[in-house]
Design a protein around this ligand. Sequence first.
Ligand SMILES: [Zn+2]
Length: 143
Amino acid sequence: MSELRKDIVNGRWVILASERSKRPDDFRPAQAAKEGAPSGFCPFCPGSESKTPPEVFAYRKPGTRRDRPGWRVRVVPNKFPALNRGLPPERQEDGIFQWMDGIGVHEVVIENPDHGKELCDLPLSQVQTTAPVPASRQYRRLS
Ligand SMILES: [Zn+2]
């Protein structure tokens, strides 16, 4: 189980999730990750929708089906979440330190169907579609 700890310097909550070290490809060379994965499998590319958890949100072309190609932006639960769903955690305190269980939602926003493009490389219309998606997911901020 991960843990949330409040940074006593800046007041922001930090996720400590040692179990995420079990994710595949965590130590892939940075250059290989930057060049994309055309030589291998990518669960986030169109046609691989069945390799991710079912989508929880998507902008898609009319007439296309959920968890199938035809999306412009897709949001799926993280297969290796840093946080786990559950009851709201109880905040604990000891002096200046605060912490709680790592309860929450961890989603992946797949910004576009073109694996090799960064957000800054996308046409303005795609950026206008993608940029508001994280805010639209209505994540609750910890204070
Ligand atoms: Zn991809």
